[in-house]
Ligand binder design. Structure first.
Ligand code: ATP
Ligand code: MG
Length: 428
């Protein structure tokens, strides 16, 4: 079978045995976002290439080498979204959502980057994006952090992630800093690796983000951006840390945290873990007021974050103890011609009465023994059993597949009452 077509490298299937963990995380994410009054926005996966070039910046890793860009049949250059911030803002500007309004939005879905696939780094990956508009902060900056803190707690991984915080100041402050930084690195040009030499000319702040251990000392001794911040930026930053202190949320100030994207200003943060090897950033974000004008809008405020769901799930797998939903609660066994007919009717009546019950009916026949095997394999809690005798009397057998208990014979009404009672307190 050497010719079987396989998935694209770095793009993964999520198989049925894995989906309950995804669904659990997704449900908790929705609940937490709901608890803060955030609304979902749904966006296209493909946008004009120009949008990403203009927003993310030409000299970032993403635009330089990671985008899936292609010409469509009209000859337009399109790109599979590498991130969601640009598209979300594009949509809000396009529909006039930012005219004097405040928004708290989220989206969830696949992003595409042509990176070297490895653990925690894929070519198609899922992000939760959260974006807020129209709020100057620092309270909204802090709200996003508190929201994430709540999410970690709800997912039982709070002790596995740490918050790193920094301020990038304003464009003008960064410009002065940038010159000093370039001068510093030029003085030590011999110690720069190839990537950093390139970045020195294009995006020198990114050198601070290097993962090359040989450059760690050079970077540690570089001028610190914090020393170049003006009063307003410093005040904004200090207000956030004061709010976090007040709420008891710990953080570490990391002056080398600059983020890969060009559009951030003032607040930047990352939630990192050391349980996932080198791909340790689970969630990253910050303030990006400047992007709105860059995309043609009126001066406004924006702050948001993006979370890598595969990395989140990898962390959750280290915990492993979640109340995951099962696909089947009850498995119906039908043996005999009448039983098959009556069983289908019973099943529909059960579904009418108990819409949340997950009832799987055996299809394709088979002996009692083989159908019981399938019932067991389905991980159902109960088997409903229907032979021609039961069918003729209008009753149904009900047997627990979890505990040793005698089989009961129930009328349909009794079965509805019994199963309704049993599954009332089901896990999510
Ligand atoms: P990194 O430094 O790991 O490349 P980044 O700065 O490119 O991250 P962002 O663009 O900020 O990442 O994306 C936010 C989050 O999305 C990351 O913190 C990470 O959890 C996740 N993420 C980014 N790229 C990938 C990828 N290729 N595969 C899986 N998750 C990813
Ligand atoms: Mg990256």
């Amino acid at each position: 079978m050497a010719n079987n077509i396989q998935a694209i490298r770095g793009m993964h299937d999520v198989l049925p045995e894995q989906t309950p963990l995804w669904q659990y995380a997704e449900q908790v994410i929705r609940e937490v976002l709901g608890a803060y009054g955030y609304s979902e926005i749904r966006l296209p996966i493909v946008e004009k290439t120009e949008l990403f070039k203009r927003s993310i910046g030409e000299v970032t890793d993403i635009v330089e080498k990671e985008m899936y860009t292609f010409e469509d049949r009209n000859g337009d250059s399109l790109t599979l979204r590498p991130e969601g911030t640009a598209g979300c803002l594009r949509a809000c500007l396009e529909h006039g959502l930012l005219n004097g309004q405040v928004h708290r939005l989220w989206y969830y879905g696949p992003m595409y980057r042509h990176e070297r696939p490895q653990k925690g780094r894929y070519r198609q990956f899922i992000q939760l994006g959260v974006e807020t508009y129209g709020m100057a902060g620092p309270d909204i900056d802090a709200e996003l952090i508190v929201l994430m803190d709540r999410l970690w707690k709800r997912l039982a991984i709070r002790d596995k992630v740490k918050l790193q915080l920094n301020s990038l100041g304003t464009v003008a402050e960064r410009q002065v800093y940038r010159e000093r930084l370039v001068a510093y690195f030029q003085d030590h040009a011999a110690q720069l690796d190839e990537d950093s030499q390139r970045r020195l000319l294009t995006n020198p702040l990114r050198i601070l983000d290097t993962k090359n251990p040989a450059m760690a000392e050079l970077v540690a001794n570089a001028p610190a951006l914090m020393d170049y911040l003006g009063a307003d930026s410093l005040q904004h930053f200090q207000s956030i840390t004061a709010l976090l202190d007040d709420l008891g949320i710990g953080y570490e100030i990391n002056q080398r945290l600059v983020r890969g994207l060009d559009y951030y200003g003032k607040t930047v943060f990352e939630w990192v873990t050391d349980e996932l090897g080198s791909q340790g950033t689970v969630c990253a974000g910050g303030r990006y007021d400047g992007l709105i004008e860059q995309l043609g809008g009126k001066a406004n405020h924006a702050v948001g974050f993006a979370m890598g769901i595969e990395r989140l799930l990898a962390l959750m797998e280290t915990v492993g103890d979640y109340p995951l939903a099962k696909p089947v609660d009850v498995f119906m066994i039908r043996v005999g011609e009448t039983a098959e007919k009556v069983g289908l009717r019973f099943a529909e009546q059960l579904r009418d009465a108990l819409p949340a019950l997950k009832l799987q009916v055996n299809c394709g026949g088979g002996s009692f023994k083989s159908q019981f095997k399938k019932a067991d394999k389905s991980h159902a809690d109960f088997a409903l059993i229907l032979g021609d005798d039961e069918a003729a009397q209008g009753v149904i057998g009900c047997k627990s597949l979890r505990i040793e208990a005698p089989q009961q014979t129930l009328s349909l009404e009794q079965a509805i009452a019994f199963l309704g009672e049993h599954f009332q307190n089901r896990a999510v």
